[in-house]
Write a new protein. Sequence first.
Length: 621
Amino acid sequence: DFLTGGIADVTNYNDGLRGGKVRARARISQQDKNTLVITELPFGNTTNTLINSILKANEKGKIKIKKIEDNTAAEVEILIHLPNGISPDKTIDALYSFTNCETSISPLSCIIENNKPIFIGVTEMLKRSTNHTVDLSRMELEIQLNELEEQWHFASLERIFIENRIYRDIEEEETWQGVIKAIDKGLKPHIKHLKRKVTEEDIVRLTEIRIKKISKFDIDKAKQHIESLEDKIAQVKHHLDNLVDYVIDYFKNLKKKYGKGRERKTEIRTFEDIVATKVVMRNAKIYINREEGFIGTSLRKDEFLGDCSDIDDIIIFRNDGKMMITKVASKTFVGKGIIHAAIFKKGDKRTIYNMIYRDGKAGKTFMKRFYVSGVSRDKEYDLTAGNKDSKVLYFTANPNGQAEIVTLYLRALSSLKKLKWDIDFSELAIKGRGSRGNTVTKFNVKKIEFKEAGKSTLKPRKIWFDEIVQRLNVDQRGELLGEFTPEDRLLIINQKGFVKTITPELTTHFDNDMIVLEKWIPNKPISAIHFDGEKQRYYVKRFIIENPNKEELIISTSEKSFLEIISTDYRPMAEIVYSKRSLENENINFEEFISIKGIKAIGNQLTSEKIKQVNLLESLP
């Protein structure tokens, strides 16, 4: 736990031994579409060091920010203003990847034993410390028990001495030894219940009792005092018999006594791995010379390909059917006849390449569909059947697996009756890049023309939400949200009453106060009960989202307004529990209570009576 708060991932802590690692992050949230706010720092940083690291990353082009404000006073508040069009989610990931917003700590636990350092795990350290506390507690209880038993012993002797008036036996004695013997003789008939022998020291203490105490001796009080000591002795013995439970209670009392104001500040969470190439700001421009076969950031007189970062990879396809991947550089020769080049996304199985090629100088024509998920850098790969003078006749790259229709024209021959026909790529299965493909024709192709755009042939992508890392994924971790096409969106509702829909990007960050996250069905009504702070009344509303690209507040903006319950079921039910005991609980059918209205409508008043609570019931079928 760190005093600066923040978030920590201790997955690889390794019990504090060598080789372990703790990842500490700043707490960053999105204030609005152009502003991020940092409210807690990662361990080892101050506001100055954190801001300096952000400014350096901005200068290097790793991130892009407009300005940064430090409003820190009693609490940390660093505002990061973003330019228009910059993704807040990607910027948050980039801050974790390229600045001190995430730091790595390598712990090494060590103790000194016999004046020598010993490296042991924190679990063993805690075990030894706890066992030491148990041993100390046992010793303390044994000392306490011995003291109580001594008190009980002398209190019992004192009571016998005074109650049986043994002090009168010493009146006739003239010597000290005679006094000791007289008292010893007087005690013997009454000491069978004592737990140890009576010593001369005990007798000497009895002789020191003052006459005033003897004259005011109260037998009942003496009896109560002895019984009280017996209760304490029994309690101490119980603690010794149940020593572990006693020590646990001791630790609990320490926490209760000293824990206030020392609550955990750092949130423990499992972090997702951030791929730097996916979040880095594209701070460079890359150019291409297709004829001469060069690509790079210094070719400013040639064709502009797009924005890139200095850690990106570029995928290149040539008209001879060769493909390669190379790192962004100032100038790189990749081969003449470039027909397509783009930023390469490792592991991308949704970008589908449609290709028609001629095998060799006069061979058959083949067609294929394939994806490229990962290959070795700066190595040529042949996408044709491998014969010399093969040539690509048609090529497209489709980010969502679209399959177009093209028209193929053959060179005229007297024996050929059909010189053109349409080819639908959607009828062709997607295979590996090494596949030869399907035969199109054995005759010479004159040209191929694009005819009609097609839809995606890829299956809708299944997306899960992992609550542990608060991220979307396609790796079957967490709760399945559904199958998504490129047009589908996610519905998000938070406790503050904000409703929005977003395209499901795996880089999206989610707030902790999110209460609804599901696939958005445009015509499905949303039902809510909210409290208006100004009117001091509960209202019921049903609405559909009118503008999917806009975040809307569905409750009143007045102070003390809040969202009570919300449901995305078609026919939800709610139970109203009134404050007055004389009023019975009432069930509300949202569908019958109110019709669907605009998203900004306040809704219908639920009741004029005071409400204790509102419970969401099982929806109607």
